[in-house]
Design a protein around this ligand. Structure first.
Ligand code: WTA
Length: 647
């Protein structure tokens, strides 16, 4: 298959895009000549209660470290996402909610959004939430999830959204880490025709999270749930007792907006902290530039609000731009494989943003479910979360977009707050599988293992040599971990954890994580998290987890498990371990392969040689490399022999 095709912007795009070639070059030139002027323009799209005079104060030098943007400005994120749109488009739809059941959908205008967010803000205040307090949100994809985020922003509380697919245990860990005293959840979630017992999960989590004083339970299905007196309250009853107007707190640009937990290569998930001014400016600016967003267009990002993509590109970016953003409760294959395309036709979606894993899964089912639908409203397609293989890109382009829609392959991270590398559809020549170029103002470097910058074409580790407004500011409660994780590998640079190739044209091709972070169906997961779940099982002595290429998920989870003396391996225990990990972390962490390992390959100092385990998992056993430094090289032969026995 040829991977060297390229697609220049279609003529109409080159002519009409907000950022055409000329505008792109002007922005790049402005940034080079007067960076502060460029950043003032980016942040100037927000409404500032007190305008900022300082643009940027940044040093990545560990002895003098700081990241501050627009720091003397004051603003409120919910005002920027709601109030400022009321005069011009109070009656425009802000959120289209499409339920799991295709017969269920709703439109929420900006005026209605204002009322709902104010009510929830007042309920939070009545229950004792103050500026700076942390609120954990464990909700399915219902409008209340957006209301809850914006209600926190309105009163200066810091939200921590926990993906509703996470287990009670994972939820408890996240609640405890940031000392949330209030949790917002729903009675149940509904996905793919199945119910998810969210309130019951919260009850279980709270057995290990004693600091929680209040639980607000949004009614989604109306199923009877047990309410603990004095702690649990039905949200609608609370909301009926408060006013539907609530003044907004003026926040400093550098005041925290939210914490979002994400997986790293070691230890427990870390609380990525984003602040108000820089984050919102970058989310809004990138949403407009990358998606060529114009008022009135219907935009759909299929992510869940539990991930950063949902934060920046379902809620904050689109609403800051006065957009109509679609929020989908369901899954792409329910009730049929045509669901996404039916939703696009039903709501006349113009911009569609999804993950490669969804495209690969649908691609496998053939073209018929797509061809049954019109999709005439579509103008632009987007991809996010993991590398998109050229085959999937070309299918997306040809079958879904019928050659007419450019594809923006957007590279970014929870830590970056918004998109950093992406085509601009009116200005960039697309190459299937390449995220192409950094956005204006984004300073990339590829470095070799010793930190030496690579010039020209080549492959290395992807770093950023300077800040951008959406950059995370710290790890909640652990600034040292923040500095260690991101700024100590290559002094003076932010290290992304990704490998990357730059071609002769200067286009970037992300090759995937170079650390022990897995990307399973576009979801980030630390190998260490899966390992610690496995060793928590009473029969497991030791475990090592690596990723391996998976046709649909991108990466699958491969677990080497050493049992305690006297324990017998077998299919029943294998199933028990798979279920155990699902229960400990959540279904996204479901192991794909369990391989029994009487021993693990370790160096003489006891370090597990993951490089070798990865090779075996990939089936590349002919190239295991040097195994002479192992404490017991025989272990490897044994693992290889067992691997061959598997189908
Ligand atoms: C990967 C998701 C290739 C990458 C927004 C990154 C990508 C990690 C792309 C962050 C892309 C994200 N091409 N790889 N377009 N987008 N990634 O924090 O490895 O959930 O480091 O943020 O996803 O995942 P996270």
């Amino acid at each position: 298959m040829s991977h060297d095709q390229s697609f220049p912007p279609p003529a109409a795009w080159a002519r009409d895009a907000l950022v055409d070639r000329r505008r792109y070059e002007d922005l790049v030139a402005l940034e080079a000549r007067d960076p502060d002027a460029f950043w003032r323009e980016v942040a100037g799209r927000l409404d500032w209660e007190t305008p900022f005079t300082k643009v940027k104060d940044v040093s990545f030098d560990l002895t003098d470290f700081r990241i501050r943007w627009f720091e003397d400005g004051r603003l409120n994120a919910s005002v920027n996402c709601i109030d400022r749109h009321l005069a011009a488009r109070g009656d425009q739809t802000a959120i289209i909610w499409e339920g799991d059941d295709p017969a269920a959908s709703r439109r929420i205008t900006y005026r209605e959004l204002h009322r709902q967010v104010c009510r929830m803000a007042n309920v939070l205040k009545r229950r004792g939430v103050r500026r700076g307090d942390r609120v954990t949100i464990y909700l399915p994809m219902i409008p209340e999830a957006a209301y809850a985020m914006l209600a926190c922003a309105r009163i200066g509380a810091i939200h921590s959204v926990v993906f509703a697919g996470f287990s009670p245990d994972s939820l408890a860990g996240r609640i405890n880490d940031c000392d949330s005293r209030l949790v917002i959840t729903a009675d149940e979630g509904v996905r793919g025709g199945k119910r998810v017992p969210l309130k019951a999960n919260v009850d279980e989590a709270l057995e290990h999270a004693p600091g929680v004083e209040t639980v607000l339970v949004v009614t989604r299905t109306g199923v009877a749930t047990s309410l603990k007196a004095g702690r649990d309250f039905v949200y609608e009853a609370e909301a009926a007792e408060v006013a539907d107007d609530c003044p907004a707190e003026a926040m400093g640009a550098e005041d925290p907006l939210f914490i979002l937990y994400t997986s790293g290569s070691t230890g427990r998930p870390k609380g990525v902290l984003h602040t108000t001014g820089g984050y919102l400016a970058w989310a809004a600016w990138t949403h407009e530039a990358v998606f060529d967003y114009r008022p009135g267009q219907v935009y759909w990002c299929t992510a869940d609000v539990g991930w950063v993509t949902g934060h920046s590109y379902i809620v904050y970016g689109p609403l800051a731009n006065g957009a109509t953003t679609l929020m989908f409760e369901g899954v792409p294959n329910y009730p049929s494989l045509s669901r996404c395309w039916q939703v696009i036709d039903k709501h006349q979606v113009e911009i569609f943003y999804t993950a490669p894993t969804a495209i690969r899964a649908l691609m496998r089912e053939g073209e018929a479910p797509v061809a049954r639908t019109s999709r005439r409203s579509l103008r632009l397609l987007g991809s996010v979360g993991e590398p998109i293989n050229p085959e999937a890109w070309l299918w997306y382009h040809r079958v879904v977009g019928e050659h007419r829609c450019p594809i923006v392959d957007t590279w970014w991270q929870t830590e970056t707050g918004g998109i950093l590398i992406s085509p601009l559809p009116g200005a960039t020549t697309l190459k299937p599988g390449s995220a192409t170029r950094p956005l204006p103002g984004v300073k990339l470097a590829l470095v070799d293992a010793d930190g030496r910058p690579l010039e020209g074409a080549g492959e290395g580790n992807l770093c950023l040599t300077d800040s951008w407004p959406g950059q995370m500011r710290t790890v909640w409660n652990d600034h040292e971990r923040f500095l260690q994780t991101y700024f100590s590998t290559y002094p003076g640079k932010y290290f992304t954890g990704d490998g990357c190739r730059r071609d002769a044209d200067g286009d970037y091709w992300i090759t995937g994580r170079v650390d022990d972070v897995l990307n399973v169906s576009g979801h980030r997961l630390g190998t260490a998290e899966v390992e610690s779940a496995l060793v928590a099982h009473p029969k497991v002595a030791e475990a090592a987890v690596v990723g391996f290429p998976h046709e649909v998920k991108g990466q699958g989870i491969y677990c080497y498990v050493t049992l305690k003396a006297g324990e017998q391996p077998g299919p029943a225990l294998e199933k028990a371990l798979v279920d155990w990990v699902r229960r400990e972390i959540g279904p996204i962490a479901t192991p794909d392969v369990i391989q029994w390992a009487p021993g693990l390959p370790k160096t003489r100092s006891g370090k597990i040689m993951r490089r070798i385990l990865r090779k075996i998992a990939e089936g590349d056993t002919a190239n295991l490399g040097d195994t002479s430094t192992l404490a017991d090289p025989g272990v490897v032969d044994d693992l290889v022999a067992r691997k061959r026995l598997e189908p």
